[in-house]
Design a protein around this ligand. Structure first.
Ligand code: G4P
Length: 288
């Protein structure tokens, strides 16, 4: 599905989340560990209106572990509870109910002081499409009740999923929109597949990715494609980057008549392998 947000969509998405906020105690804001800022919604603070929140960095299996640590520190320094998880395997997800209780601790203590038995913490997962909301809900639920995939229409008939004895989760996540007017944000989202290629040019997306990897993850690129040349030095000129894309294209048999490299085909391969984690673990933005 091509995700394209218009002001009307955004208003609707925002209203749907705000309607749910009254039902819950804690928000689980899911971001992609490979692009922790670009995969956030820039209006999130305003939308959540002070609701206690934890930031959960998903797909940490694909991200650069050292950078994930930096990002966790960054979010914590901002005053947020922050965790890294892999929703597919469940790694790190056990900490989510614990953190949710921690965020809700004062209310729980007040309830206990009043002699009321504390109820489970109610939580809602929010995040942009493809960040792994459904996968995480399924993982926390322990069985397949939530539909995987982006289904904005399935919000009716809200259900609660029990996560152990201490947390309850709304079965439908809140869908946030990414902000991709900033070109680099758009490219980062496109490199990871969070927005579809039709929005930006495929070769431009691959160029952005190769340029970034050549600069910050050169050994990954060199190893994956057995590149012969040295690391590029001039990142202002496109020539060296295009030459790398062509070398990759030749190695992968992307040749058209006359022996020219089919850059579109090579770009598709580069992005597919990158998204599948075959080019190594990488993070596309840094907190410093
Ligand atoms: P959404 O509800 O937020 O839209 O996302 P969803 O759970 O559908 O997940 C989107 C894709 O991301 C899924 O791949 C899912 O398997 C993958 N995914 C979710 N969490 C993780 C994680 O922690 N690590 C990794 N490596 N992948 C994760 P898919 O359905 O196969 O889609 P695609 O890969 O074909 O795009």
């Amino acid at each position: 599905m091509t995700i394209q947000w218009f002001p009307g969509h955004m208003t609707k998405a925002r209203r749907q989340i705000q309607e749910k906020l009254g039902l819950i105690d804690v928000v689980i804001e899911l971001v992609d560990a490979r692009l922790p800022l670009s995969s956030r919604n820039p209006m999130i603070d305003e939308i959540l209106n002070g609701k206690p929140r934890m930031i959960v960095m998903n797909k940490s299996d694909l991200a650069d572990p050292a950078m994930t640590k930096e990002w966790l520190d960054y979010f914590k320094a901002e005053g947020h509870a922050a965790l890294e998880v892999n929703a597919t395997t469940g790694q790190g997800t056990k900490e989510i109910p614990q953190q949710a209780r921690e965020l809700f601790k004062e209310k729980i203590e007040r309830q206990i002081a009043k002699g009321i038995r504390p109820r489970p913490v109610r939580a809602l997962i929010v995040g942009i499409p493809n960040v792994g909301k459904s996968t995480l809900i399924n993982r926390l639920a322990g069985k397949n009740i939530a539909v995987t995939g982006d289904r904005p229409g399935v919000t009716k008939g809200q259900q609660w999923i029990k996560v152990g004895t201490e947390m309850e989760l709304l079965d439908t996540p809140g869908i946030l929109w990414p902000k991709f007017e900033d070109q680099n944000v758009g490219y980062r989202l496109a490199v990871t597949g969070a927005i579809k290629e039709e929005i930006l040019n495929l070769e431009d997306i691959a160029f952005f990715a190769v340029k970034y990897l050549a600069r910050y993850y050169w050994p990954h690129l060199k190893e994956r494609y057995d590149l012969k040349g040295p690391q590029p030095q001039d990142f202002e000129s496109p020539d060296e980057i295009v030459a790398i894309m062509e070398e990759i294209g030749r190695k992968r048999g992307c040749i058209v008549s006359g022996g020219r490299v089919d850059l579109a085909k090579a770009s598709g391969i580069i992005l597919r392998e990158l998204r599948a984690g075959k080019t190594g673990r990488y993070t596309l933005e840094s907190p410093f």
